[in-house]
Design a protein. Structure first.
Length: 175
């Protein structure tokens, strides 16, 4: 299911006018990877995610933009951050499958808009299973975390109507 990272970046950036900072774009790629694992059991990107002080990190996102100046504008800000945008005239959607585009659209529509409420966006990212299960500067095992989350959800749904289970949960909630 993996696609070229530059095509994924183009698909994400095509939904936002202007630029996204590297940190936000990286988090969006991470969220797309999570949704891909939920749907297909594999990441879209080949990034080996790490949890750093700014959340999920993969240097590949910024490196990809810098290595493809024909596709991306990279502007360095005075604060040291970089903004990444699409070059005028690029048509990213022709190189991305409809399934990948559906995943990107689902992530964008289900995620707080980082331009409107960055804090909610960051909170959303930090509440994902891989982030909750990882340690600072440790690897984020996206596939294992999401598959475990799905197993727990399936178990909970399988016992949701069980009276003994409900009685046990009610007991634990009170005590």
């Amino acid at each position: 299911m993996a696609i070229k990272l530059e095509n994924l970046l183009q698909a994400i950036l095509s939904h936002y006018e202007g630029n996204l900072d590297v940190s936000t774009l990286t988090k969006m790629v991470y969220l797309v990877d999570l949704e891909s694992v939920r749907r297909h059991g594999v990441q879209i990107s080949c990034i080996e995610w790490v949890r750093d002080n700014c959340g999920p990190f993969g240097s590949e996102v910024q490196n990809c933009a810098l290595q493809n100046p024909d596709l991306f504008d990279v502007k360095n800000e005075k604060n040291g951050d970089s903004l990444i945008g699409l070059k005028d005239g690029t048509s990213p959607l022709s190189t991305v499958s409809s399934d990948v585009l559906d995943i990107v659209k689902a992530v964008i529509s289900n995620t707080p808009n980082p331009r409107e409420n960055y804090r909610s966006f960051v909170d959303y990212v930090y509440k994902t299973a891989p982030m909750l299960l990882s340690t600072q500067n440790g690897p984020l095992d996206v596939v294992a975390s999401i598959l475990s989350e799905q197993e727990v959800d399936a178990f909970i749904h399988s016992v949701a109507d069980d009276e003994e289970w409900q009685a046990a949960m009610d007991y634990l909630a009170v005590n």
